[in-house]
Design a protein around this ligand. Structure first.
Ligand code: HOZ
Length: 434
């Protein structure tokens, strides 16, 4: 039996959400899922397979959120399922060194040459938090430079002018962070070389590190201007600061070696996550051995994690990364991306309106603005009410994009040319309504 969709969910989702809100803040375990930016109520997922997600009311969606990036093969790929099943039969957690961890560390160091040593953790937040602590421990300095709209997880030091959910919910600076703490974080506009040079001229001697999303994707997808990433590398080297690449989203997603491979940049530290866990909770951070060796138990910088290197998570991540290599996945994702490019160009031409569409590999974003987007200020010129209408029209038609203008879409190897063609039809209809 069909049901009358509210703005965004069916009766069982609504019932679940009503119950969830009694026990979980906002009814969600992570804010963007609450649909606050787009209105309506979230649907609840029953299952996901390939390029599709089914909600508890039986409706299916072509999914471009991909659990926010990890599902690069698509959902529930058989290679990952079988690897987890095999590992689980021998135990789900040891808290003891295990062979999976060694294999994962070896693979990461092989795929990402700047990573001479790596430590596993359980989220991107832990990875960036640990990079910041390491940078401060290694340099003996306190100041961190980040860029407005960049989101590096909910780390106290980095929840300043943050992107993703903080930006979506209009509170880029979280409550609960001491001013003395936030005061050690300098926020600069992304792609602004003058601001960078001026800041380093003033406080360069205080700067422990720059942390940057290699391609900012938590304010929508914002790409570096030519030479900008090289400038970050040069100015940090000149002033004895470290360069931390936050590749939690882009790592193992855009190339085996992430953005640093594509842009030929060698950061000092790299934060990783999402794809590396095959959908299970995994973060990782790594880089120069002389920096990483400061970590306990060898060095004075403490970092730990009960579930770090969990055998199931390692097995899932290894299976996913090996499958990507086996399928020549990065080349195939770029082919799918090119199909999307031409479909989008065709659709946007018909609207007669101006949008900004950006894509890199399997990551893409459509900004509802006529202004080219090079930084957060540009992104914030987007027409949010129009995006909101677009989002719900797509959802009703069975296509699920991120419930925020300030997020990025993901294509997986499970998306077919037919899925992309269907999506183009849906987008065309949705834009006509927006
Ligand atoms: N950091 C996630 C997207 N970039 C948000 C996930 C969520 O709130 O569910």
């Amino acid at each position: 039996m069909g049901f009358v969709m509210t703005e965004s969910s069916g009766p069982l989702s609504q019932k679940l959400f009503s119950t969830a809100k009694q026990y979980i803040p906002g009814g969600v375990n992570s804010p963007v899922r609450a649909f606050r930016s787009v209105g309506g109520e979230p649907f609840f997922a029953r299952r996901a397979k390939g390029a599709r997600v089914w909600d508890v009311d039986g409706k299916d969606y072509i999914d471009y959120v991909g659990t926010w990036g990890p599902a690069i093969l698509g959902h529930a790929p058989i290679s990952v399922i079988e690897a987890v099943h095999t590992a689980a039969k021998d135990g789900v957690s040891f808290g003891i060194p295990n062979p999976y961890e060694v294999e994962m560390a070896r693979l990461v160091c092989e795929w990402v040459p700047s990573v001479q040593k790596v430590r596993m953790c359980n989220s991107g937040t832990e990875a960036t938090m640990s990079c910041v602590r390491l940078a401060r421990g290694f340099t003996g300095r306190d100041r961190i430079i980040k860029f407005d709209g960049c989101y590096h997880g909910h780390v106290d030091a980095l929840l300043v002018a943050a992107g993703s959910g903080a930006l979506t919910n209009g509170k880029p600076d979280s409550a609960g962070i001491p001013a003395s703490y936030a005061g050690l974080t300098t926020v600069l506009p992304y792609n602004d070389v003058e601001a960078l040079e001026r800041t380093f001229a003033e406080v360069g001697h205080e700067v422990a590190a720059i942390i940057v999303e290699s391609y900012p994707a938590n304010a929508g997808l914002i790409l570096p201007q030519p030479g900008y990433l090289q400038k970050l590398r040069e100015i940090t080297q000149k002033h004895g600061a470290l360069l931390i690449f936050d590749e939690v989203m882009t790592g193992f997603r855009l190339a085996k070696g992430g953005v640093q491979e594509l842009e030929n940049i060698t950061p000092d530290l790299t934060a990783m996550g999402k794809v590396i866990g095959g959908g299970l909770p995994v973060g990782a951070f790594g880089g120069r051995a002389d920096i990483m060796d400061l970590l306990a138990p060898d060095g004075p910088v403490y970092q730990a994690g009960t579930l770090s290197g969990n055998p199931l998570a390692m097995a899932a991540g290894l299976a996913q990364l090996r499958e990507m290599e086996k399928q020549n996945g990065y080349a195939r994702l770029d082919e799918l991306g090119k199909i999307m490019d031409s479909a989008v160009a065709e659709v946007l031409k018909k609207t007669g309106k101006e949008y900004q569409y950006y894509r890199k590999g399997s990551m893409f974003c459509l900004f509802f603005t006529s202004k080219q987007v090079h930084n957060l200020g540009d992104a914030k010129t987007s027409d949010i009410p129009a995006f909101r209408k677009f989002f719900h029209s797509c959802l009703k038609q069975g296509v699920y994009f991120a419930p925020s203008q300030f997020e990025t879409g993901f294509i997986s190897l499970a998306h077919s040319a037919d899925d992309l063609a269907r999506t183009a039809e849906v987008v065309q209809q949705a834009l006509s309504e927006a």
